[in-house]
Design a protein around this ligand. Structure first.
Ligand code: AMP
Ligand code: ZN
Length: 596
């Protein structure tokens, strides 16, 4: 048998069904190897030794006849196959013998081509075979890349499921909490006398919106932590006898030295350190949030002691001397900050961390960016600007204006399809402030209140991306006249540009911060896409999770929106020009990591 096998070392045929079949000698020249490759990529193979071939060979065939018939049937197309699993040879006298093969993960197409290349009878076609081999290699590479992509998608879907699960648990707990509050309120109403009920109703009817803290005035803030926050900008002694109603009396110098040389908790130490960067471009709200709440994602909704918005808001109000200057009742400021923070939803992107981030960058543009100096901002302007940044996405539901308009939600009808969410953000905070405990403007005069309210309304409404081109063009035209932006209208236009820049500043932040935000906005976009699909609507651009195109979306957003806006602001505030370079660097990331 071996002598005959070695005479016909390699046979090749293609069946009518396009199965490629190869019969060849094994590497040790002891067995016959039969392989089959199906057009769609499945491969089969088996090795036959003398014993197994004896069982298969017709009894009246000698080995010479057997191998002769084998060769004859390969050369004259008498080879057939059943799905690659069986290869059947028909001999010259019509008798058939069948090789039973096993499916294999090895790429037999490649094995066959390699094997063919090694034998003289295909030398004339070697170029073609080499091309096929090269093609097969490319296909293999492509399939491997597709498999890797699918694996990555699977991982991200699993992560997303896990996050949604965590969020669901948080929501369930919050729902239970709200149901408890509702039951307690109804119980109280039932038990209390008619006079009490009337009195309470009068207070409640002054505010016609949901009060995120329920019956509470404020979250359980850590007064020691707030003292440390103040300690960043006082030397202690001068602030100790503060004249405004302070909850967290600043430490004296010696108390502050004692506290900061040996912190009473790791959290306080971490916040103290994080605040060192509040004047810098790389201040990190994710870090502040996770120090306050344990992590920067799932606990957004519960954060019983406040999160990054409370810390950043409180710090900046104090840092700019606004609590002191306007003698703002600190208890009311804390009530207001915590109720606003609680009113942000646990969305992947439009949450209270985003508000804290926009607040911090607004502060940066005003101070290091030079806007406050250039526009000669008053303390009222400063207060209005920080206030606007803090509330600018309050109560955001995680779906955009266009979704509201096309599905004709209650809010779209209420605001006549115009800046639906932005109107909602401002009006619900001012509605909340009808309750005295949240009225952070109570310390101001009527004129100051009017002025601050106008600034806030104009700034928040300007964050509607539907008005982007209009506002940017207005600013550009104004800039062409001159750079004197000290009149009220110009100040408000410049402040609107500042909050608009802060709102999309994630694209110009250090890469590790930017990538977190871009991942979060993609998550939120996909959630809107899911809702659109469920309603039978086409998914909005870049919101279809089954067709991810992050690189394309991010590069387009940076090219058409972010860079032109940053450049325009840099013309007015040259110290902001570095943000364009940062954005270019983040864009380069997507050029290197294209997912589409
Ligand atoms: P706002 O909804 O107020 O936060 O407005 C800013 C809008 O800019 C967001 O709603 C997004 O549509 C868009 N945006 C901000 N950052 C990004 C980003 N990294 N990629 C794509 N769109 C963004
Ligand atoms: Zn925003």
């Amino acid at each position: 048998m071996l002598a005959e096998l070695q005479k016909s070392p390699s046979l090749y045929a293609t069946t009518k069904d396009n199965v490629v079949v190869l019969a060849r000698m094994s590497a040790d020249a002891q067995r016959l190897v039969v392989c089959a490759a199906l057009a769609e990529g499945k491969s089969f193979e088996a090795e036959f030794n003398e014993a197994s071939l004896t069982a298969l060979k017709p009894a009246d065939f000698g080995w010479d006849r057997f191998f002769e018939e084998l060769q004859g049937s390969f050369n004259s197309g008498r080879v057939s196959s059943t799905s690659g699993a069986f290869v059947e040879i028909t001999s010259s006298n019509g008798s058939k013998f069948q090789f039973s093969l096993e499916q294999t993960s090895e790429d037999i197409q490649r094995v066959i081509l390699n094997s063919l290349l090694n034998y003289h009878h295909i030398h004339t076609h070697s170029k073609e075979i080499e091309k096929q081999l090269e093609e097969a290699g490319k296909q293999e590479q492509e399939v491997r890349m597709q498999a890797a992509d699918l694996e990555r998608e699977e991982v991200s879907l699993k992560e997303s499921i896990a996050r949604n699960k965590e969020q669901e648990d948080v929501n369930q707990r919050r729902l239970a909490e709200l149901n408890g509050q509702l039951a307690a309120a109804e119980d109280k109403k039932r038990k209390s006398g008619a006079a009490d009920v009337e009195e309470e109703d009068e207070e409640l009817t002054t505010c016609r919106c949901r009060i995120p803290l329920g019956e509470k005035d404020c979250k359980d803030v850590d007064a020691e932590l707030l003292k440390l926050v103040k300690g960043r900008w006082t030397d202690g002694a001068t602030e100790a006898d503060s004249i405004y109603n302070s909850v967290a009396r600043p430490y004296t110098s010696s108390e502050l030295t004692a506290q900061t040389s040996s912190f009473s908790s790791a959290q306080r130490q971490a916040i103290w350190q994080a605040l060192e960067k509040i004047d810098d471009w790389d201040y990190d709200v994710f870090n502040v949030q996770s120090q306050m709440s344990g992590d920067d994602n799932a606990s957004l909704a519960i954060q019983a002691n406040g999160g990054s918005l409370l810390v950043t808001g409180f710090a900046l109000m104090f840092r700019h001397g606004l609590m002191q200057k306007f003698k703002i009742d600190e208890r009311i400021l804390l009530n207001w900050l915590t109720v606003v923070e609680a009113g942000y939803h646990g969305n992947p992107y439009h949450n209270s961390m985003h508000a804290a981030d926009v607040l911090h960058i607004t502060h940066y543009i005003l101070s290091k960016g030079g806007l406050a100096k250039k526009c000669k901002l008053t303390d009222e302007d400063m207060f209005g600007a920080l206030f606007a940044a803090i509330i600018h996405d309050y109560d955001h539901p995680g779906i955009n204006n266009s979704f509201h308009v096309k599905t004709q939600t209650y809010l779209a009808t209420l605001y006549n399809d115009r800046s639906v969410l932005e109107n909602r953000h401002v009006s619900s905070v001012f509605e909340l402030m009808k309750l005295s405990k949240f009225n952070v403007l109570s310390a101001f005069t009527d004129d100051q209140r009017r002025d601050i309210r106008d600034t806030v309304i104009e700034m928040v409404l300007s964050t509607d991306m539907g008005l982007h081109a209009k506002i940017v063009n207005q600013f550009k035209r104004r800039l062409q006249e001159n750079h004197d932006f000290t009149k009220k209208d110009d100040i408000r236009l410049a402040l609107s540009m500042a909050v608009k820049m802060a709102d999309i500043s994630n694209c110009g932040r250090p890469e590790h911060i930017y990538l977190k935000w871009s991942g979060k906005i993609a998550d939120e976009f996909y959630m809107q896409g899911d809702r659109e699909r469920n309603l039978g609507l086409p998914c909005s651009p870049f919101m279809d999770r089954s067709q991810p195109a992050m690189a394309k979306g991010q590069i387009a957003f940076m090219n058409y929106i972010v860079v032109p806006l940053f450049e325009c602001i840099s013309e007015f505030l040259p110290d902001m020009h570095f943000s364009v370079d940062h954005t270019e660097q983040n864009k380069a990331y997507w050029n290197k990591n294209d997912d589409s």
